[in-house]
Design a protein around this ligand. Structure first.
Ligand SMILES: Cc1cc2nc3c(=O)[nH]c(=O)nc-3n(C[C@H](O)[C@H](O)[C@H](O)COP(=O)(O)OP(=O)(O)OC[C@H]3O[C@@H](n4cnc5c(N)ncnc54)[C@H](O)[C@@H]3O)c2cc1C
Length: 313
C-alpha cells in the first residue's frame, strides 16, 4: 500500500507577471499567472504569502521546488538562496488563474522593491501561498476580530495598505470605524477598492523619510473619537504592557477568538495595526496604555523594520 500524500496548508507555485498597473506614484499592482496559480487559495482579509525572488545572476537555478522546498532552501549556501519576502494577497481569481499583489516601492534598497521597480510582463517569480487542495484553515491571517465588534480602527503605512484594502472589501456593509493610512503620495489612495459607507478613510501623506510622524497623531485622533463614542473597554488603562525590543525580536501579536474568547467578548472596538515596527509599537502603547483598549482586541504587526532587511541579510 502506498503512503498517503501529505497535503500541506501552503505550497510553492511558479508564476509569471501577466500585468503591471501603477496605482499611484509609490504603488505598483502585479497580476501573476501560471499553470498552478488556480491551485492557490486565500483565507481572506490580510492573508499573507511569500514571494521568492530571482537571484541577480542565477535566477531560480538553485531553487528547490518539491514539497520540502523550504527545508532544502534553508540548507543552501547564502549565495544560492533566493530572497524570500512577505506580501499580502490583494485579490485572488482562481478561475482566471490570477493573483494580485500590490507592492509599495521603496527604491532599490531591497531585492523585492528592486525587482518590483524593474519587472516587466513575462518575468518569473515563485509564490508560496495557501494550498487550495488543503481546504484550510491555512494560517497567515491575523485580522481576527471578536464576534461582537461594533467598530474598527485600521491603521498602517504603505506596506499595510494592501491588507487594509482587502479587509475593507471583506467587511460587512454595516461595518463602522476609521482607517488611517500613511502613504508616500496622495495618489497611493488609488490602491483602495470598495469601502463600507460607515468606515471613514483618512490618508496622511508621509513626511519624506519620517515614517510614522503623521500616522501616529492621526491614529491618536481617530482613537479619541472612537473611544468617545463609548466603544472602548471600561477597565482602567493597562500598565503591565511588556516592552518589545523591535531590534531584537518580532513585533507581532494577533489575539484569536478561540484562545482569548471571554475577555474579547466584552470588547466593542477592534484595532488592527501594521507597518514599521517602532511606529506600530508606539501606536499599540497609546491604544492600550493610554486609551484603555483591551490588549486582546488590538492586533499589531511589525511588517518591516527600518534599517533591517526582512531576512536580516
Ligand atoms: C505579513 C506581511 C505582509 C506584507 N504585505 C506587504 C504588501 O502587500 N505590500 C508591500 O509593499 N509590503 C508588504 N509587506 C512589507 C514587505 O515585506 C517589506 O517591506 C519587505 O522588507 C520588503 O522587502 P525588500 O526586499 O524590498 O527590502 P528588505 O531587503 O527587506 O530591506 C532592505 C532595506 O529596505 C528597508 N525597507 C523595507 N521595506 C521598506 C519600506 N516599505 N519602506 C522603506 N524602507 C523599507 C529595510 O529597512 C532595509 O533597510 C508585508 C510584510 C509582512 C510581514
Amino acid at each position: 500500500m502506498s503512503a498517503p500524500t501529505l497535503v500541506t496548508p501552503y505550497h510553492l507555485v511558479s508564476s509569471t507577471v501577466a500585468r503591471i498597473v501603477d496605482l499611484g506614484r509609490g504603488f505598483r499592482r502585479f497580476t501573476f499567472t501560471g499553470p498552478a496559480v488556480h491551485r492557490l487559495a486565500s483565507g481572506g482579509y490580510d492573508q499573507r504569502v511569500k514571494l521568492i525572488l530571482p537571484l541577480p545572476d542565477r535566477g531560480f537555478a538553485d531553487l528547490p521546488t518539491g514539497g520540502d522546498w523550504y527545508l532544502q532552501w534553508r540548507a543552501l549556501p547564502d549565495e544560492c538562496r533566493n530572497p524570500v519576502r512577505t506580501y499580502t494577497v490583494r485579490a485572488l481569481r482562481p478561475e482566471a488563474a490570477e493573483v494580485d499583489i500590490d507592492i509599495a516601492l521603496h527604491g532599490r534598497t531591497g531585492p523585492a522593491s528592486r525587482w518590483a521597480t524593474d519587472a516587466v510582463v513575462g518575468d518569473e517569480l515563485y509564490i508560496c501561498g495557501p494550498n487550495a487542495e488543503h481546504g484550510g484553515p491555512y494560517g497567515g491571517v491575523d485580522f481576527l476580530p471578536p464576534a461582537h465588534t461594533d467598530q474598527f480602527l485600521l491603521a498602517g503605512d504603505p506596506t499595510a495598505v494592501p491588507a487594509i484594502a482587502a479587509i475593507l472589501e471583506s467587511l460587512p456593509p454595516h461595518a463602522r470605524g476609521v482607517a488611517v493610512l500613511e502613504v508616500e503620495h496622495a495618489s497611493d489612495g488609488n490602491a483602495l477598492g470598495r469601502v463600507p459607507d460607515g468606515v471613514q478613510v483618512r490618508l496622511v501623506v508621509r513626511e519624506p523619510g519620517r515614517h510614522g510622524s503623521r500616522l501616529i497623531p492621526a491614529v491618536e485622533v481617530a482613537a479619541a473619537e472612537l473611544c468617545g463614542t463609548g466603544s472602548c473597554h471600561d477597565t482602567p488603562p493597562s500598565t503591565d504592557l511588556e516592552d518589545v525590543d523591535v531590534d531584537a525580536g518580532l513585533l507581532w501579536e494577533a489575539p484569536r477568538n478561540d484562545e482569548d474568547g471571554p475577555a474579547r467578548d466584552r470588547t466593542r472596538l477592534y484595532a488592527w495595526l501594521a507597518g514599521e515596527a517602532a511606529v506600530i509599537k508606539s501606536l499599540r502603547r497609546h491604544l492600550v496604555s493610554e486609551r484603555g483598549i483591551d490588549r486582546k482586541s488590538v492586533a499589531f504587526m511589525g511588517y518591516w523594520r527600518q534599517g533591517r532587511a526582512e531576512d536580516g541579510r
